[in-house]
Design a protein around this ligand. Structure first.
Ligand SMILES: Cc1cc2nc3c(=O)[nH]c(=O)nc-3n(C[C@H](O)[C@H](O)[C@H](O)COP(=O)(O)OP(=O)(O)OC[C@H]3O[C@@H](n4cnc5c(N)ncnc54)[C@H](O)[C@@H]3O)c2cc1C
Length: 491
């Protein structure tokens, strides 16, 4: 029997996972990618002698990649990574320092010592974070957004009977304030809201599940850098028959109002009964699915934050920093009010510095480091970006120089910038938002598009703007969910 064809638009991490899984299941997969290389946001670039991962820097749940390797019977060691210790270095303006150890006992002891909180209170919070993840992941994150499917899952009933363990009311910040006295520890745990581009002062307390991923299960780094995630998935799909068409921007998804018929690329029609869009859901409906009614309620949700990134090759080594480093703002509430309410930038932003060369020595010349310097910013809303970029650069350099006690500006050897506009232009993310919709209210998680269309047969979706959400682990889940949905329907 001839293999069924699947066309995938885009080659972000969710699409690569779906392409590999569908190839292995016997589908004939064609991926059309508008850029010259695979990976989307999860790409890399050399600037002079420095290598940079362009987007994601924090890697959790590596078993998502291993699961795909296992499907092909590949040795897991072909994708090597290590668990980071310390997980993150935190710097506060008043000189307070906290190094988050990977070891649970040391982590709790140090949190207690530095922030003067009882160990028991910290343990209780981390236990609650773990319970929230373990109860919601099988029911929500690893399942399609479908009432009928959830009805037949044992995990659904397990979660229902343990609802009392879940923080169902209030915001993340509100629930942290009830547990802790130290403003600094509250700020540290509030930061996890930014992992899906949300505001800790309005995102639901359920988001407390994220610290468990990083501290309970672990933060990891592939030995060849983050891009090795894309490379590994691409190689698996490609070696097993998926055909990749680079520099090929899809212009239209062809349909007859009830069924998908194919796509149009460079004026040429490519027929296929099954099409997966890995492109952000908003441009998929607005520009590719012409003459088709868009799900306005889902598309009009508040968007997540964006980011401003400076890639700096730095001619020095900073022993007090590790792979992940946070330099906190002195007024977190003001910072998020600026990002989400005023849609502008706060004068004292929290600065994140990622340095992969701490572990991947090939990423920078000897005696130098590759700094990925990022601040959270609002999505595109008519701001004067050239002015904001110039101001931000000065503010970031002043803050880092102040805290690290070195003139950072004079150490920058090479430099490039990634802006919300470039994020939108390069990857199609609507308004440059990093994670599709924000999760700034209780129902936001349920207002993401499912991986399959109920109205157009053969139309599927995967990636950061659809269920279960943005970030590498959730995109890998959506890649799996979409492959399972297609197998269920067509095999
Ligand atoms: C700066 C930054 C930092 C981040 N940090 C983290 C982090 O630390 N940890 C984490 O887990 N996540 C992080 N994320 C989020 C994470 O990168 C994304 O959620 C994830 O990579 C999105 O993958 P995706 O599958 O949705 O596809 P995307 O990466 O969005 O790729 C979509 C692809 O579609 C292609 N495309 C668009 N239009 C067309 C068209 N018409 N025809 C053909 N192809 C098209 C694009 O070129 C692109 O390759 C970060 C993101 C950014 C930008």
């Amino acid at each position: 029997m001839a293999k069924m064809k699947v066309v995938i638009i885009g080659s972000g991490v969710a699409a690569l996972a779906a392409a590999a899984r569908l190839t292995q299941a016997g589908f004939h997969v064609h991926v059309f990618e508008k850029m010259a290389t695979p990976g989307g946001k999860l790409s890399e670039k050399w600037i002079g002698q420095y290598r940079f991962d362009l987007g994601p820097s924090l890697f959790t749940l590596p078993e998502n990649v291993e699961e795909v390797l296992d499907l092909f019977g590949k040795n897991r060691s072909s994708f090597s990574y290590k668990r980071l210790n310390p997980v993150c270095e935190y710097f506060y303006e008043d000189g307070t320092r906290f190094s988050a150890a990977a070891d649970h006992t040391v982590y709790v002891e140090k949190l207690s010592e530095v922030f003067n909180e009882k160990k028991h209170t910290i343990e209780k919070f981390l236990k609650s974070s773990k319970a929230t993840y373990e109860l919601t992941a099988p029911v929500f994150l690893k399942s399609e957004l479908s009432f009928s499917k959830l009805l037949f899952k044992a995990d659904t009933y397990r979660a229902i009977f343990q609802l009392y363990k879940l923080p169902l009311l209030g915001s993340l910040n509100g629930s942290l304030k009830k547990r802790f006295r130290s403003e600094k520890i509250i700020q540290l745990f509030n930061r996890y809201a930014t992992y899906n581009g949300s505001n800790p002062y309005s995102t639901p307390a359920m988001m407390q599940l994220i610290p468990h991923l990083e501290n309970g299960i672990g933060a990891f780094l592939p030995e060849k850098g983050m891009y090795d995630i894309s490379r590994t998935l691409y190689n698996l799909a490609h070696e097993n028959g998926a055909v990749f068409h680079f520099n090929s921007s899809v212009e239209e998804i062809i349909h007859d109002g009830s069924k998908v018929k194919g796509v149009r690329v460079n004026g040429e029609v490519i027929s296929s009964e099954i099409v997966i869009s890995n492109l952000d859901i908003t441009p998929t409906y607005r520009y590719l699915l012409k003459n088709f009614k868009a799900p306005e309620r889902l598309l009009n949700q508040e968007k997540s934050s964006s980011a401003l990134i400076f890639y700096w090759g730095v001619k020095a080594v900073f022993s007090e920093m590790h792979v992940h480093n946070i330099f906190f703002s002195d007024n977190y509430k003001e910072e998020f009010d600026h990002i989400f309410l005023r849609k502008d930038l706060y004068s004292d932003p929290t600065v994140y510095v990622n340095i992969t060369s701490k572990e991947c020595t090939q990423d920078a010349p000897v005696g130098c480091e590759n700094w990925f310097v990022m601040i959270n910013v609002p999505h595109l809303a008519g701001q004067d970006w050239p002015d904001l970029i110039e101001k931000s650069r000065k503010r970031i350099i002043a803050k880092l120089s102040r805290i690290l006690k070195k003139d950072i500006d004079s150490l920058i050897e090479v430099e490039e910038v990634l802006t919300p506009q470039l994020i939108q232009d390069r990857t199609g993310s609507f308004l440059g938002s990093l994670y599709g919709n924000a999760s700034n209210n209780t129902f936001a998680a349920f207002r993401r598009h499912n991986v399959r269309s109920n109205d157009l047969k053969g139309m599927y979706f995967c990636g950061g703007s659809v269920h279960p959400g943005g970030g590498i682990p959730l995109c890998m889940f959506s890649g799996k969910l979409v492959a399972e949905a297609i197998k269920e329907e067509y095999l």
